[in-house]
Ligand binder design. Structure first.
Ligand code: DQA
Length: 146
C-alpha cells in the first residue's frame, strides 16, 4: 500500500515556527515517525513538502494515480485553495486532512476548509500525533475496502 504525505506552505519551518502552537518537532522528525508507523502497517510513505500551490497540484496529479491514499496538511491553502480541491476531485483518491493545531479554536478564517467536505476526515488539534492517527485510520479504512 502506498500513501502520499503532503505538507503545504510554511510547514518546512516546523520546529521553530510558533512552537507554542505547532510544537517543537521538525517536519523531518514527523515524516520519520509517519514512515516508521507506515512500515509497521505495511504502507510505504511518499513524503512531499512545497510552499507553492502549483507544486502541490503537480505532485497530486503525478503521484496520486499510483497511490492508495493521501494525507495532507495543506497549511493555509486549506482555507482557500479551490485549485487543490479540484486536484483532489480530479484524481479521486481518498485523503485525510490533517492539522497540527485545533483550527476551530483559532482565528475565524481558519475555521473553514475548502477540502473537508470531500475528505474522508479532518484531524485537527492532536499535534504531530494527528498524522499518526490519520495514517492508522486511513490504512485501516483502505484495508477494509480491499
Ligand atoms: C495548520 C493550520 C493552518 O491554519 C495554518 O495556516 C498552517 C498549519 C495546522 O497544521 O495546524 O499552516 O494547517
Amino acid at each position: 500500500m502506498r500513501i502520499l504525505l503532503i505538507n503545504g506552505p510554511n510547514l518546512n519551518l516546523l520546529g521553530t515556527r510558533n512552537p507554542e502552537v505547532y510544537g517543537s518537532m521538525t517536519l523531518a522528525d514527523i515524516v520519520e515517525r509517519v514512515r516508521q508507523r507506515g512500515e509497521q502497517l505495511g504502507a510505504e510513505i511518499v513524503p512531499f513538502q512545497a510552499n507553492a500551490e502549483g507544486a502541490i497540484i503537480d505532485f497530486i496529479q503525478t503521484n496520486a494515480p499510483g497511490a492508495d491514499g493521501i494525507l495532507i496538511n495543506a497549511g493555509a491553502f486549506t482555507h482557500y485553495s479551490l485549485a487543490i480541491r479540484d486536484a483532489f476531485e480530479a484524481v479521486g483518491k481518498p485523503f485525510v486532512e490533517v492539522h497540527i493545531s485545533n483550527v476551530h479554536a483559532r482565528e475565524e478564517f481558519r475555521h473553514h476548509s475548502v477540502l473537508a467536505d470531500i475528505a474522508v476526515a479532518q484531524v485537527a488539534g492532536l499535534g504531530w500525533r494527528g498524522y499518526i492517527a490519520a495514517l492508522d485510520s486511513l490504512v485501516g479504512i483502505l484495508k477494509e475496502r480491499q
